[in-house]
Ligand binder design. Structure first.
Ligand code: HXC
Ligand code: NAP
Length: 295
């Protein structure tokens, strides 16, 4: 199927009756997730720091999908904000079924140029923001004895490999990975599944303007790093997220699904640079290798 023809993967009623919180849900990938959750029958709370952006987005999404969207300002770094956000969602919808920890902050910089506060800012948004939302919802679900709940964290592939020039983000996303697997064990028995997705490059204004600004975009074409030769489409990620918070993934817990067209494995494989060998050279290369005798 051509990627341009792609429609959502899930059946129409896959999230019917569910209430989903998506942090950072007013822009970029969070917005794509919110739209798809609504199309699948969920009610959605989108939160971030900018209420004007959220309010406009919520009105557009309601118009487009006919679903219910609650826009709430909430800085995920502040636990009191997060508790207030949770309580406002409970007041409006009566319950929460799934939390998508999508909010993030990031920018490229040589690490030695960073202040301690710059490093802390990213850790606070990405790791502590995820922790704060997870704690606020987890405490509520456990206190009420509610089950069939899902937490879905958005990490990235350099959570495993690390990466220069985005070191605070790499540290924070690695923490999110550890949080995902740890809570899958601890809270699984309480009926709370915890999973994550690790996207590769998906163009968004928020990420691209901070990671490949200006002429870096042309110099470092992200699609060229991907074996499939392209960047991701937002709906492809939304499909995966919807599956992982839906009852269809009820037996998936503690999983981290990479969705990057093979990007990070291509960077890791020692001989993948042989892509650059012109096909016509392989006869000569084979002859040389076969002619080698002994060690
Ligand atoms: C060095 C910088 C800097 C830069 C900010 N700082 N930008 N240092 N280089 N480019 C420093 C500031 O000087 C300050 O330190 C500290 O960081 C906090 O900056 P503030 O502007 O006060 O913080 P704040 O207003 O909270 O903004 C947070 C932010 C901003 C992260 C800096 O970019 C933001 O709001 N981002 C949200 C959206 C976002 O980042 N989306 C992209 C996610 S992409 P001092 O010491 O001066 O006080 C992503 C992709 C992952 O995660 C994987 C890709 C493959
Ligand atoms: P984005 O549009 O910039 O999304 C980040 C969102 O987080 C924004 O809506 C932002 O809204 C919100 N946010 C930032 N700080 C916050 C805070 N303190 N409290 C609450 N909300 C906050 O970028 P994106 O590309 O869609 O990224 C979404 C997620 O995908 C992130 O977790 C990112 O790490 C991950 N990811 C993206 C890519 C990619 O290629 N795009 C690859 C791998 C992983 P406000 O500024 O209004 O607060």
């Amino acid at each position: 199927m051509s990627t341009r023809e792609r429609k959502g993967m899930m059946r129409d009623d896959a999230l019917k009756g569910m209430v989903v919180i998506i942090t950072g849900g007013g822009t970029g990938l969070g917005l794509a997730m919110a739209r798809y959750c609504l199309q699948l029958g969920a009610s959605v709370c989108i939160t971030s720091r900018k209420l004007d952006v959220l309010t406009t987005t919520a009105a557009e999404l309601e118009q487009e999908t006919g679903g219910a969207v609650l826009p709430l300002a909430c800085d995920v770094r502040k636990y009191e904000d997060v508790e207030a956000m949770r309580d406002a969602v409970l007041a409006r919808f009566g319950k929460v079924d799934a939390l998508v920890n999508n909010a993030a902050g990031n920018f490229i910089s040589p690490t030695e140029r960073l202040s301690s506060n710059a490093f802390k800012t990213i850790i606070d948004i990405v790791l502590m923001g995820t922790v704060n939302c997870t704690l606020a919802l987890g405490k509520h679900w456990i206190a009420k004895g509610e089950s069939d709940k899902a937490i879905l964290n958005i990490t990235t592939t350099y959570a495993w490999t690390g990466s220069g020039y985005v070191v605070p983000s790499a540290c924070a996303k690695a923490g999110v990975l550890a949080l995902t697997r740890s809570l899958a064990s601890e809270w699984g028995r309480k009926g709370i599944r915890t999973n994550a997705v690790a996207p590769g490059p998906f163009p968004t204004k928020g990420a691209w303007s901070r990671l490949v600004p200006g002429e870096l975009m042309e110099r470092f074409d992200m699609a060229q790093r991907v074996p499939l030769g392209r960047v991701g489409e937002h709906q492809e990620l939304a499909d995966l997220v919807a599956y992982l918070i839906s009852p269809y993934s009820a037996y998936v817990n503690g999983e981290v699904v990479t969705i990057d067209g093979g990007e990070w494995l291509k960077g890791a494989g020692q001989f993948n640079m042989l892509d650059m060998v012109e096909p016509g050279m392989w006869d000569e290369i084979e002859r040389m290798v076969r002619s080698t005798k002994g060690s």
